[in-house]
Design a protein around this ligand. Structure first.
Ligand code: 0L1
Ligand code: MG
Length: 262
């Protein structure tokens, strides 16, 4: 670790305050260029601890930057991992208040809930498929706290991978009988198609993102517990939204997830 405990705590407070006040900041590596990957995840962990200390429940895990489209859009080469809290969950069909966000974007994500723990190293697609309880469609609303979405990967990880809101809906389905690689996704904004892809856009198979998450946690002595809700990452590039926009994402075999931005 390049940063001491006091600096990690101070940066966690700084980045979380930007989230809670919907106020953008410059990327933290500008001031701390020596920040390591471990420091970045330590800041994210400290943000999670701050939320939990205030009574917020951590309700899921997320994989970010798992598709080529997203990596290209953001100019990075490797995925990252974060968490979602109870207050980030919005009901299917609800209005999402943009006044509490900085510059939201939407991502269509194939989500899973596990029925068995997953622990790396060595976790693979087969192990993940065996541990899936059910699959459901979701939309993540990301909102980087960094001005104009200008950041590097360490700053993004510290910012809990831009997690802001999420909506799950549609139809939960058993994984048997679904091919997550060929599962088609069509995203519409205000009635027009703005992006489309298939599950394979996520690292060749959405379960590969979950395996990568298990291996990432395993390297830190942690596991994905049974009963975890996991977002596997946007299948297309993220689409900017603003008040007045209506978004509907149609997932083959899983139904539609929709929301309005107010
Ligand atoms: O969920 C994601 O893919 C977001 C990763 C963070 C980078 C971004 O804000 O686009
Ligand atoms: Mg995402």
């Amino acid at each position: 670790m390049a940063l001491d405990a006091a600096t990690i705590a101070q940066l966690a407070e700084h980045v979380e305050a930007a989230e809670l006040n919907a106020r953008d900041i410059t990327k933290i590596t500008d001031e701390y260029p020596a920040m390591s990957w471990d420091d970045a995840y330590a800041i994210q962990d400290a943000i999670r601890a701050r939320k939990e200390a205030r009574g917020h429940k951590t309700v899921g895990l997320k994989c970010g930057l798992t598709s080529r489209a997203k990596m290209k859009q953001m100019g990075v080469e490797v995925p990252c991992f974060g968490f979602v809290s109870d207050y980030m969950s919005c009901a299917e069909g609800s209005d999402i208040d943009t006044a509490r966000l900085i510059h939201p974007k939407v991502e269509a994500e194939i989500c899973i809930v596990t029925k068995a723990p997953l622990r790396g190293p060595g976790c693979h697609v087969g192990a993940v498929l065996a541990a899936i309880d059910f699959v459901l469609p979701g939309v993540e609303i990301i909102d980087s706290r960094y001005r104009d979405f200008r950041f590097d990967l360490k700053s993004v990880i510290a910012d809990n991978t831009s997690a802001a809101r999420f909506v799950v809906g549609g139809r939960p389905r058993n994984v048997e009988g679904l091919d997550l690689r060929t599962l088609g996704v069509v995203m519409e904004k205000n009635g027009r198609i703005v992006a489309m892809a298939a599950g394979a856009a996520v690292l060749g198979h959405p379960a590969a993102a979950v395996a990568m998450l298990a291996n990432h946690l395993g390297a830190r002595g942690q596991e994905i517990p049974a009963g975890s809700f996991i977002m596997t990452g946007g299948v297309t590039e993220a689409i900017a939204v603003q008040a007045g926009d209506q978004v509907a994402v149609r997932f083959q075999d899983l139904g539609t997830v929709s929301m309005r931005f107010a």
